[in-house]
Design a protein around this ligand. Structure first.
Ligand code: ADP
Ligand code: MG
Length: 249
């Protein structure tokens, strides 16, 4: 046995089909994947390749037909929905394309909710919310409703909500997919910054340019990993923007 710690996330032999009238359609056809602590893995591929299904399997939002997922060395095969929900609260932050904020709750309440659900004292939830919102650049909007914010701002709130319980793993499914160029740059810049501070991230995107902000890029086609490439660690940016963000201008 090696001394290295178990990977934060491991999948083996993942298969998942959807069942329609014309029989099963395989969205994920046998995926092995290992994500180590601190990695920023981008999974990219065309629409319909099975990226969202794969991410849902990794976060327990869907169950595989076969294969297994290990979190931090623990096999999740026997986990039921309640266990997954609890583990997601603690260990896995998830950000989706369309934010999924609760429209009837203020920005502050949206961010604090997962902390309160996880049993954090009110004071601590508030302090963590304040820290995250100011870090993500949402200041003075605590009492706004999500619908009053721009798309980029809403996605930053969704990111704060995903991070409020300090999950070791962040899963993001097309987090910039519904944003304009400016919103996309904001979100990608934040992901890169989180990664530089040690956050483990699995990002799914159909946009190969956005994928290049990861330090490892997996090409996903037709339910399978076609390629898995470690990118050179980029030289730290001098101007405060990273290479991929410049492409957007
Ligand atoms: P991606 O995120 O790469 O666009 P998806 O995982 O959403 O890919 O979809 C992969 C395949 O599975 C597609 O062919 C899609 O039509 C199909 N699919 C996805 N979700 C469902 C569903 N709920 N029911 C039936 N087919 C689905
Ligand atoms: Mg998708």
């Amino acid at each position: 046995m090696s001394d290295s710690p178990a990977p934060l996330l491991r999948a083996e032999g993942l298969v998942r089909a959807y069942h329609g009238e014309s029989g099963p359609a395989y969205a994920v056809r046998g995926v092995d994947l290992c994500v180590r602590q601190g990695e920023f893995v981008a999974i990219t591929g065309p629409s319909g390749a099975g990226k969202s299904t794969l991410l849902h399997l990794l976060g327990g939002l869907q169950k595989p037909d076969s294969g297994s997922v290990w979190l931090d060395g623990t096999c999740t095969d026997s986990w039921r929905e309640a266990r997954w929900a609890m583990e997601r609260r603690k260990r896995i932050g998830i950000v989706f394309q369309f934010f999924n904020l609760v429209s009837g709750l203020s920005v502050a309440d949206n961010v604090e909710l997962p902390a309160l659900l996880a049993g954090a004292p009110v004071k601590q939830a508030r302090a963590e919310r304040e820290r995250l919102l100011s870090e993500l650049g949402i200041v003075g909007k605590e009492h706004s409703m999500p619908g009053e914010l721009s798309g980029g701002e809403q996605q930053r709130v969704a990111l704060a909500r995903a991070l409020v319980n300090r999950p070791p793993l962040l899963l993001a499914d097309e987090p910039a997919g519904s944003l304009d160029g400016k919103g996309t740059r904001e979100v990608m810049r934040l992901l890169s910054r989180l990664h530089r501070r040690g956050q483990t991230i699995v990002l799914v995107t159909h946009d190969a340019r956005l994928a290049s902000s990861g330090d490892r890029v997996i090409s996903f086609f037709d339910g399978r990993i076609a390629d898995d490439v470690a990118l050179d660690t980029p030289t730290p940016p001098r101007s405060g923007t990273s290479g991929v963000l410049k492409l957007e201008n």
